[in-house]
Design a protein around this ligand. Structure first.
Ligand code: SF4
Ligand code: SF4
Ligand code: SF4
Length: 276
């Protein structure tokens, strides 16, 4: 990360989002895309700028700016289901809009560039979970729970497929209510799990179906936290503050929990030797 100074990285992010915004605006002839991706791009760039300037609440500010926009404005007011069932729905209807574009940018191809930045800065589920008390896990990892994500992933697909196969009427309306119900379930299970596992991000680690896309794609991420071995004194502070259990001093892509990194920068902020 050190290669990019405080201005270049936010600018790069802004340019990527502006490129998406303008391309979609012109190709789809819909100015909403210009507004939508410009807003998200500006919010994320501002967040990265503030994070790199070590402003304490930078990530919270961006989580609220993007998370509330997507949950309240896009999800509830515009009735666009941005959850995984919305993605399946638009995919089945063959419409490259709303959730399909969102997934392509934030969760499928975007992670090749910015890893799981979505999870650290934009997800409206984590926006709430990150306010809970266990910012750093206080309990052991529950490895046996990890496969649950494949079950929830399959469940979301089967649910939408069943709607189409059964010929259910007004699927669009059902998908909207699935968004509301899905969020209630996500928040409730996320909060219960956080307290049960003493880990705010337990839902992300074990249940979230989106990680089935995010994890393999972020393995190849262009942006990663790397350790300068010349400076590192092996104090272990970085690992102690990591909410995702990443072995960040190992520079290999196969390091422990490599694809769990949400680019929250806690390790970078806490390294006494500026080695990350
Ligand atoms: S893992 Fe899922 S719930 Fe957690 S931040 Fe990422 S997308 Fe959101
Ligand atoms: S906090 Fe910094 S110095 Fe300490 S182990 Fe991590 S990278 Fe090395
Ligand atoms: S603390 Fe560092 S390694 Fe852990 S998730 Fe945050 S950025 Fe990634």
């Amino acid at each position: 990360m050190k290669r990019f100074n405080k201005i270049i990285l936010p600018l790069f992010m802004l340019l990527v989002f502006e490129a998406v915004a303008v391309t979609l605006w012109l190709t789809k002839n819909n100015i909403f895309y210009l507004f939508n991706f410009s807003y998200i791009g500006v919010s994320l760039s501002l967040g990265i700028f503030l994070v790199m300037g070590r402003y304490r609440y930078a990530r919270r500010v961006v989580q609220l700016l993007v998370g509330l926009y997507m949950l309240v404005f896009l999800g509830i007011i515009r009735r666009e289901n941005m959850q995984i069932e919305g993605f399946w729905y638009y995919l089945f209807t063959g419409v490259f809009e709303a959730a399909t574009i969102h997934y392509a940018v934030a969760k499928i191809f975007g992670p090749l560039i910015f890893g799981r930045g979505w999870c650290g800065y934009a997800c409206w589920t984590a926006m709430v979970l990150d306010f809970l008390p266990y910012k750093v896990p206080a309990g052991p990892e529950k490895k046996k729970l990890r496969p649950v994500r494949y079950f929830t992933f399959a469940l979301s697909l089967v649910f939408v497929a069943a709607l189409f196969l059964s010929g259910a009427g007004n699927i669009e309306r059902i998908i909207f209510w699935a968004f509301i119900a899905g969020n209630v379930i996500y928040y409730a299970s996320g909060i219960i799990l956080a307290f049960a596992c003493k880990d705010n991000r337990a839902f992300c680690k074990y249940i979230c179906p989106v990680t089935v896309f995010l994890k393999p794609m972020s393995y190849f991420s262009l942006f990663r936290i790397k350790c300068d071995k010349e400076k590192c004194v092996s104090c272990g502070k970085c690992k102690k503050v990591c909410p995702m259990g990443v072995d960040v001093t190992d520079n290999s892509r196969k390091r422990k929990n490599a694809t769990e990194c949400i680019l929250c920068m806690e390790c970078v902020k806490n390294c006494p030797k500026d080695a990350l």
